[in-house]
Design a protein around this ligand. Structure first.
Ligand code: ZN
Length: 160
């Protein structure tokens, strides 16, 4: 079966940064099962999957614009230390915060005497990615999956 914009696909994937550092992989796990067209995958990967066949293996380089976006300097902000209410804050800690852009994950990148610098950029913002993909299965969504707007079954994360 050929992948269409509405397919449910199961893929094995390995994603690396430009320098070859492996960032994530489904190796040794169940293939990832997703419904396309619902923004579960980054845009560049979703585009690359179109018209591929079950069983096909391919590699694709994805620019940040088609992945997690470019880094935005305005997402790096200084906040007063007393906002953390005596918490032990350390560089590298991340937490959910409500910002002007809505709720997002931010990471502490600097801790000074009276303030803390937080970075709301996605850790992979600005990073070109290389995906190695194997299309394990391609199928039409079931009626129930269409109603729920996501895939069901092994590897989908939805076991109801
Ligand atoms: Zn469901």
């Amino acid at each position: 079966m050929t992948i269409t914009p509405e397919s449910v696909v199961s893929i094995h994937y390995t994603v690396s940064a430009e320098d070859g550092t492996q960032l994530d992989s489904s190796e040794g796990k169940q293939p990832l099962t997703v419904m396309l067209g619902k923004r579960f995958l980054i845009e560049g990967l979703e585009d690359a999957l179109q018209n591929k066949e079950q069983g096909e293996k391919f590699e694709v380089d994805i620019a940040p614009e088609q992945a997690y976006g470019q880094r935005m300097d305005e997402l790096v902000q200084q906040v007063p230390k007393d906002m953390f209410d005596g918490m032990d804050v350390e560089v590298g800690m991340s937490f959910r915060a409500t910002t002007e852009q809505g709720e997002q994950s931010v990471m502490i990148i600097d801790v000074a005497e009276d303030h803390v610098v937080v970075d709301g950029n996605h850790p992979l913002a600005g990073v070109p990615l290389k995906f190695e993909v194997e299309v394990v299965e391609v199928r039409e969504p079931t009626q129930e999956e269409i109603e729920h707007g996501h895939a069901h079954g092994p590897g989908s994360g939805n076991d109801h």
